[in-house]
Design a protein around this ligand. Structure first.
Ligand code: SF4
Ligand code: SF4
Length: 376
């Protein structure tokens, strides 16, 4: 028997009328909004607000998708709240809300934008690790996860599971990178946070996805879909199948599946419609796979010959210092022309790449790394 349902709705553009129709349709397929929200419920909507970038850049969940979801919440009598903790330091949150278009939508629809940096945290434990989760994420009656469909250079893919990482306020997110420098260990943390937050409903902005070197420096990909499920793992796995990727090659999916957090196999997912098959979507180089497979002692010996590392492009850097602030191991220091990266300290967490507002940080691969990742 199929255990999890994934619903998809075609949506050719961010025209609000189309988006509302698609959102309504996928929610109806899952039992309708009343299956999730009762009148008077507090509903936290958690978009992906990675950077203070306008919606056209495809880095953040589009405000029209946010608006469509707020509308269904309010129509059901729910009290909508919107919150996310962006990838960097706890300053300048209003700029993030304004530039992403969330302020305009929320002001117009009388929705509170919640500041996770100031809302306090609950301390939760899972698998022997301690997590600090913003209180609104756990206090709400219903949590709607609203990710953007993107590739991710470190975790391969970011969608329903990875999006809940933004439940951790401010700089603490980069501390977790420091605790778990290997991608597989970092993926365990991401899965813990997803399991602790347990969104009741996941709705994906897959109208314009990101391919290549996501989550911030990739290229847009016109996919034209809104997708939804109560099972975030099934949703992410379905999308991987659709885009030609074995979902178990994505570390967070593999770990979540091993922990029994949802479905991965397409035969166990009721997709309601024929699954579209997309052939030309570009995935990032398999950095995580390469790093995870190498035994620790051998890895140390090979490190000089085999590397992927962040490099700052001089012509694009405006010396804003965000990469310096975001580096969890202080491997980046200020310098006269552009910041300096100390590669003996760098743990390849890619926070600097995520946080650079100018896309001035790119990944460089050694010859050996390129050869090995081709077979990964
Ligand atoms: S590399 Fe990017 S984040 Fe770092 S200083 Fe330059 S522009 Fe700012
Ligand atoms: S230099 Fe960049 S990739 Fe390296 S540890 Fe610092 S933030 Fe992470």
């Amino acid at each position: 028997m199929k255990k999890s349902v994934v619903s998809i709705g075609e949506c050719p553009s961010y025209n609000l009328e189309y988006v509302e129709k698609a959102v309504q349709s996928v929610v109806n397929d899952l039992g309708g909004v009343s299956a999730f929200i009762k009148s008077g419920d507090t509903v936290l909507i958690k978009p992906n607000m990675l950077q203070a970038k306008p919606p056209e850049e495809g880095i953040t969940t589009h405000p029209q998708v946010l608006e469509a979801v707020i509308n269904i919440v309010q129509d059901a009598g729910g009290v909508a709240l919107v919150g996310d903790s962006h990838g960097g330091a706890a300053e300048g949150l209003k700029r993030y809300w304004d530039v992403t278009g969330y302020s305009e939508v929320c002001n117009r629809l009388d929705v509170e934008l919640v500041n996770f940096e100031k809302s306090g945290v609950y301390i939760k434990e899972r698998n022997g690790r301690k997590y600090y989760i913003a209180k609104p994420v756990l206090d709400c009656d219903c949590l709607i996860n609203l990710p953007k469909l993107k590739t991710h250079s470190l975790t391969v893919f970011t969608c329903a599971i990875k999006n809940m990482y933004g439940s951790i306020p401010g700089q603490r997110k980069t501390e977790y990178h420091k605790l778990a420098p290997k991608p597989m260990n970092f993926a365990e943390l991401v899965v813990d946070i997803f399991a602790l937050t347990k969104p009741q409903l996941n709705i994906v902005d897959g109208i314009v996805a990101m391919q290549g070197m996501g989550p911030a420096a990739g290229k847009p990909f016109d996919l034209g879909l809104i997708l939804a499920s109560t099972d975030g793992l099934a949703l992410d796995s379905y999308i991987c199948h659709m885009l030609g990727k074995n979902p178990l090659k994505v570390p967070v999916n593999k770990i979540a599946y091993d922990q029994g957090l949802g479905e991965v196999n397409i035969d166990d997912i009721d997709n309601l419609f024929d699954m579209p098959v997309i052939k030309d979507f570009k995935w990032p180089p398999n950095i995580a796979g390469t790093m995870n497979r190498i035994p620790e002692p051998i890895m140390r010996g090979l490190l000089n010959l085999m590397w992927t590392r962040p490099v700052i492009k001089e012509g694009d850097c405006i010396k804003c210092g965000k990469c310096i602030e975001s580096c969890p191991v202080n491997a980046i220091t200020d310098n006269v022309v552009i910041p300096d990266i100390d590669y003996s300290e760098c743990i390849n967490c890619l926070c600097c790449m995520e946080m650079c507002p100018e896309k001035a940080v790119y990944l460089e691969q050694s010859f050996l790394e390129k050869v090995i990742s081709r077979f990964a």
